[in-house]
Design a protein around this ligand. Sequence first.
Ligand code: F6R
Length: 243
Amino acid sequence: MEIVILEEAAELGRLAADAIVALLQHRPGAVLGLATGSSPLPVYDELVRRHEAGEVSFAQARAFTLDEYVGLPPGHPEGYRTVIEREFASRVDLPANALHTPDGAAQDIPAACAAYDAAIAAAGGIDLQILGIGTDGHIAFNEPGSSFASRTRIKTLMHQTRVDNARFFDDDLDAVPVHCLTQGLGTIMEARHVVLLATGEGKAEAVQHLVEGPVSAMWPATILQHHPHATILLDEAAAGRLT
Ligand code: F6R
């Protein structure tokens, strides 16, 4: 793993955007893996800025998101498809049919999850996957105890994750869904390059496990220690517990 410690969240965003722009310049039809939550927002803002400056186009790119809540009404502002459209896809020239998200409203959830993994494979796999990390060490919504071999599937969110995400639901814990669809750890490990961003003291314990801890399903992000090309972008607060 390559660990980069920077002073500000905007700097993390610029470095991650550098990697995406370089990839697209080399391969315009690259497959991007997008995360939601607050950590990647500086990346998306920077990509939008560079797109508006004419430095990068997403017209031939494809994108797959990591996860989606189950049980939110269609078009709910915090549904992850709506979030990624609002924060990124609608602000650049990514074609609407090039954005793929797990279908949290599917009637046949196992079939929808298998179809999602198949769609990623049919696209040739993910070239660059953006990741955040949960305070409990989750990546995507692979909560502690997730199998390292897991594929896209339904999961139950940990209480801590629902508490952490209540800020997106007017601090109403009851409004935060209990279930989600998420790419598995096995799915994520197949991405050719993963770029994880973490900022703030609240992530310091998870980051310590990610970087220094033994690889353990109880801290799912630790599997990235085995990834051949993982870049970990941290601010000083998130890096605060590293020795
Ligand atoms: C979101 C996702 C999650 C978040 C994580 C951190 O698509 O996959 O793993 O990255 O919960 O969330 P933030 O960035 O809001 O702290």
